[in-house]
Design a protein around this ligand. Sequence first.
Ligand SMILES: C[S@@+](CC[C@H](N)C(=O)[O-])C[C@H]1O[C@@H](n2cnc3c(N)ncnc32)[C@H](O)[C@@H]1O
Length: 413
Amino acid sequence: MSGHFRIARLGAQGDGIAETGEGPLYIPFTLPGERVLADPNGSRAKLLEVEEPSALRVPPPCRHFGECGGCAMQHMQTDAYREWKRNIVVEALKSRGIAAPVGELVPCASNSRRRVVFSARRVEGGIILGFVRALSHTIISIEECWIARPEIVAALPALRSLARMVGNTDRTFRMIVTSTDSGLDIAVEGSGSLSEQMRRNASDFALRASFARLSVNGEIVIEPKKPVIIFGGVAVSPPPGGFLQAVAEAEETMASLVTTHLAKAKRVADLFAGSGAFALRLARNMEVHAVEGDASSLVALDRGFRFASGLKKVTTERRDLFVRPVLAKDLNAYGGVVFDPPRAGAEAQSRAIAKSDVPLVAAVSCNPGTLARDLAILIGGGYTISSIIPVDQFLWSPHVEAVALLEKPRRRR
Ligand SMILES: C[S@@+](CC[C@H](N)C(=O)[O-])C[C@H]1O[C@@H](n2cnc3c(N)ncnc32)[C@H](O)[C@@H]1O
């Protein structure tokens, strides 16, 4: 039954939290201090009406806000939103007893995301393509999007037609759309098998729509132009659906922090290197050993290196860094290390770094919780944090990147 609630604070996922006799109640799209009418269901509630709005409440720019699960925070005034996001990093560190200085959040512009993952599903009479509603499986059809680059938004009707052509399942499938320097790179996953006719139709369509590449379930269907991403002047063609930082400007910021911090090193290791966003930039000034678990990303990195000019030597190694982290004795050959793991963090690798005497370390992470855990390990191994910079790569969402820069004096051997 619906009731009136006063919002006490914001949680880490961006939901307003009201304290009730039965514990905290999470009410999305509300702000601290607000009195709201909401309909509780367990520990969550659906917002019905904001009865006393906060002074920090602003009209959300996107017509889908509140329905679409992509954005959680469009209703909050910008400075307050940025402070809330920075605080996610501060709180994560505090929970591990780390009192390092956290810099200002590096902001993210609207319509800057170059990589977007849409969900699609066949429905009676057509296809629905958009983002999944928060905590549900319902796809909200998207007509506009304030986070994606304009060329991705403009392609929505074409993407819908393409989804209709390749969708051969009743289940939800994914369309990973990347805006590259040579056009849109589209990787469809989980869409069922393609008949020969479907492949031909999709191929013709991709050509007419001037897409750079279309891949379905890992297989390239057509590639009229090689998708190209530039990492600090080096052209790389990442594999279909392979990892890429979502916002080019955020990648540039993070890479610049990393390269500046490691500038004094002659040789560095880039762990969880992907297709080389850091490695190929670092290689302008130093030798780089890039370690990564995904073979096709490493092939892309290596090709980028071979076709570039003016780089120092770059070597690659495929390795599962969760199972087989690079050991301290091997790390000691480097003057610096950067590591940028997936959300799970790099616990095993951090233990190895902690035992090493690599003087300069840069930790990049999209998950403040696992970053704090890994930093605590490094601090336990004698590292000190010189700075932590939060970077807003995921505008209006509760996700935040952070770059931590650490140092440790070399032991005399
Ligand atoms: C957050 S991405 C960073 C990539 C790269 N630094 C960049 O900025 O583009 C994490 C990378 O870790 C890789 N990865 C995930 N699990 C791994 C593992 N167990 N061992 C090695 N690499 C792994 C992924 O393939 C992905 O390329």
